[in-house]
Design a protein around this ligand. Structure first.
Ligand SMILES: [Zn+2]
Length: 280
């Protein structure tokens, strides 16, 4: 199987062609023709952050949002911040405690809004699909409404920049989402995390807070033979944001502990034999 020499895509996830004697995926070919101007992205971000006096941070308690909260508070020194966590119903309790501890450490008010996303998760599991897109879309919409209601204009998120060229997004109602981690490397993130009382919860998959991601990833893997995060992680490698070795590790099939499967299936009202049927 041909494998891209620049990222981690292979023939399962992209079209690979040989260019000047080297296998290169379609996305990398586009990137080579139109590379991202890192300096410009960073400048755009700096220009944006200067004007932010009040903002909420989309705070999942995962490592990226923790880094975003730290940057907003300690580096950009946003005068008024609120860390808002949307609990979708299958967050790890340990992660919620972790999130609260970090917010207290940084002296930022912490708020949890609880919802039930069982419909999204049930649907994703029963179809062996990724729940991430629908979950993240709903979460951003809840945060947008919260921002509007409380007079915030900015929502700061821990997103990187894998599929866009600007570190911000205009949302309806005049709300601006700022992707504060645009073009920040994994190494830079870990340097920040080390300074904080952040505990890495041991969850399968690349997540540090979501209980449903591991089971959906594992099921998808069993059906399709690769991770549904493959293309996103390939983009991070292409942009030099994580090493190829780390990416390869994250793309391996997760083995979710029995206990975690039980919690997730019980919460979603799914029987184990329904999952067995999907596996076949
Ligand atoms: Zn590639």
């Amino acid at each position: 199987m041909l494998k891209c020499s620049l990222c981690v895509n292979d023939e399962r996830t992209s079209r690979i062609e040989v260019v000047n004697g080297r296998p290169v995926c379609r996305e990398c070919q586009v990137y080579l023709r139109h590379p991202i101007d890192r300096k410009k992205v960073r400048e755009e971000l700096e220009g944006l952050m200067i004007n932010v006096d009040r903002a909420i941070v989309a705070y999942s308690g995962g490592k990226d949002s923790v880094v975003a909260l730290y940057l907003a508070k300690e580096v950009y020194k946003v005068p008024e911040l609120e860390a808002v966590m949307i609990d979708h119903g299958l967050m790890s309790e340990k992660a919620i405690k972790n999130a609260r501890r970090i917010a207290e450490h940084l002296d930022v008010p912490f708020k949890i809004l609880r919802y039930d996303y069982s419909d999204i998760f049930r649907n994703a599991l029963l179809k062996a699909q990724s729940p991430c897109r629908a979950c993240s879309k709903r979460t951003m919409e809840k945060l947008r409404k919260y921002a509007l209601k409380n007079g915030y204009r900015y929502i700061i998120t821990g997103h990187e920049l894998p599929f866009g060229h600007h570190p911000y997004r205009l949302m309806s109602g005049g709300i601006v989402q700022i992707r504060l981690l645009s073009m920040m490397t994994e190494e830079e993130r870990f340097k920040i995390l080390k300074r904080l009382p952040f505990e890495f919860p041991e969850l399968p998959g690349y997540t540090t807070n979501c209980l449903v991601l591991g089971p959906t990833l594992q099921l998808y893997w069993e059906k399709h033979g690769h991770s549904f995060e493959h293309r996103r992680i390939a983009a991070l490698v292409r942009y030099g944001l994580i090493s190829r070795e780390k990416a390869e590790r994250e793309l391996q099939k997760p083995e979710v502990p029995e206990e975690q499967w039980k919690i997730v299936l019980k919460k979603l009202g799914i029987e184990e034999n329904q999952i067995e049927l999907i596996r076949r």
